[in-house]
Design a binder for this molecule. Structure first.
Ligand code: ADP
Ligand code: G6P
Length: 470
């Protein structure tokens, strides 16, 4: 495989293999915010993306996507169970999201995490040209920066954490906390979504490793590791272009017709994850129906929930509970041909998502904790008509920027119900004013702006940022 001057290393490749109903294997864009963000900036450049295809067994060579060469990393069944489902998604994911579910610690998971991080570092070292930039992504790969620096001191190494980075009182639970911090400190720049996360990291480096650290730089051996906040964003132009397409607008009208022409359409789009606050939202909606404040013929809710990490116990339990609750609500409040909630488990292409966003009067995004939440940003970008109202959790990273949404604490059921009603009843002039302010902000802070800020901080010569974001 040829060597690249830019290498992205992420657990997921931007495509994953998916078994079609007829048993055939088809490739489609993989789920989640990380892939949405990076795909948008890399598609016009030449780079190599090191990652996992979503299947276990020997890695299958994959064709390039435009200028992006794909370098698959293989997972055995044990890697999948202990590294991906185990340490990454049953230890780190819950811990980094405020421990909204109990994190689990197993020594064999840590061993698998080290082993798989080593394999990712070796793959990156193999495809990186001399003096290349290697950009490591997210909580799955926190040991890669130090491993890579050891193998290839010539590289410029960046790390970006897409999820929250927890406060010391939570991080200190990790049995191997010092190793994880040392792994990250192998990077030249460690980027986070929020300034608070960079602060947490600096505090931990002092507390656990005894290093001299500020929120901007940490002294390690004979060098400084820089840190900072770089709130990730979306491809605003892509979403606007999609939303302006006549076929997408016609599809949005068709969706409203199919829903029975209600006065108000409420929409939520999430991975089926316990951090997304799906149960809190369903409870609030159910109580509004029960109180008679929302009527089924008048208002419909559409909940898109793509299954995720399905064999992990917390996810399987969540799916059961959500499906039981949707069934209960529809059984109690729906009528023939008029369910209270339209519940969809399918992945959609970008055009269908844009149509759904346009069809929704109120977008309801209520995570209990989220690094950013790109769905909230996509909804704002899709409203080229300037209409639409966003209800957004204070605990999403996006809340700091989308502060003209109806901000809610999803744990406060009465507050959530009140905000849903306020959003439904929001007068047109106020909707337009709020949406206009958020759209103006997003236009200034899109995915290219994020990449430019991060890469300029990483490589102060500016050449890389210029190449990627031109
Ligand atoms: P997370 O990264 O935790 O999944 P985000 O909201 O940041 O949450 O990102 C989710 C991404 O996945 C968005 O880009 C969104 O458009 C995409 N997505 C969510 N649901 C679907 C779906 N049903 N089909 C296709 N893409 C989806
Ligand atoms: C979040 C994480 C990503 C991850 C995505 C989908 O966005 O930050 O790293 O890829 O969720 O999760 P999955 O486990 O399916 O890769």
């Amino acid at each position: 495989m040829r060597q690249s001057s830019l290498v992205v290393v992420a657990n997921r490749l931007p495509v994953d293999d998916n078994i079609a109903p007829d048993g055939a294997c088809e490739w489609r864009r993989s789920p989640g915010g990380l892939v949405s963000a990076l795909h948008a900036i890399l598609e016009h450049t030449t780079a190599t993306w090191v990652g996992w295809s979503g299947a276990t067994g020997p890695a299958v060579p994959l064709p390039a996507i435009g200028g992006i060469s794909l370098r698959p990393v293989s997972f055995s069944d044990a890697d999948f169970a202990h590294y991906y489902e185990g340490f990454a998604n049953s230890t780190l994911w819950p811990l980094y999201h405020d421990a909204v579910e109990q994190p689990t610690y197993h020594r064999s998971w840590w061993d698998a995490y080290q082993r798989v991080n080593q394999r990712f570092a070796e793959a990156a070292a193999e495809v990186a040209a001399e003096n290349a930039v290697v950009w490591v992504q997210d909580y799955h790969l926190q040991l890669v920066p130090a491993l890579l620096r050891e193998m290839r001191p010539d590289l410029l190494i960046g790390f970006f954490m897409h999820v929250p980075f927890p406060p010391p009182e939570l991080f200190m639970q990790l049995p191997r906390r010092a190793e994880l911090l040392r792994g990250l400190l192998g990077a030249d720049l460690v980027g986070f979504q929020r300034a608070q996360a960079a602060h947490n990291f600096a505090q931990l480096c002092t507390k656990v490793l005894g290093l001299t650290a500020t929120d901007r730089r940490i002294a390690v051996d004979d060098r400084f590791v820089r840190t900072g906040a770089f709130p990730v964003s979306i491809d605003v132009a892509e979403m606007e272009a999609l939303s302006g397409r006549p076929d997408v607008q016609a599809r949005a009208r068709q969706i409203r017709t199919d829903l029975g022409e209600p006065r108000h359409v409420l929409l939520s789009v999430d991975r089926l994850d316990y951090t997304k606050g799906i149960e809190h939202r369903l409870k609030a909606y159910s109580e509004l129906l029960e109180d008679g404040l929302v009527k089924v013929r008048d208002t419909v809710m559409v909940q898109v929930a793509v299954p995720s990490r399905e064999r992990v116990e917390h996810y399987a339990i969540l799916r059961d509970r959500v499906e039981r609750e949707v069934g209960r609500i529809n059984g109690e409040f729906g009528r023939v041909g008029e369910p209270a909630i339209h519940y969809l488990n399918q992945p959609f292409d970008r055009a269908e998502l844009a149509a759904l966003y346009q069809a929704a009067d109120v977008m309801v995004v209520t995570p209990l904790r989220d690094g950013m939440n790109l769905v909230a940003k996509e909804y704002v970008a899709a409203r080229v008509d300037g209409a639409g109202v966003l209800v957004l959790s204070e605990f999403a990273g996006a809340a700091a920027e989308l502060d003209r949404s109806f901000l809610v604490n999803p744990h406060d059921l009465e507050g959530l119900k009140r905000s849903l009603i306020d959003a439904i009843d929001c007068p047109k002039a106020e909707r337009v004013e709020r949406m206009g302010a958020m759209r103006a902000h997003l236009r200034q802070h899109d995915i290219r702006d994020w990449a430019r800020n991060y890469l300029t901080a990483l490589d102060d010569s500016g050449t890389l940022a210029e190449r990627l974001t031109a």
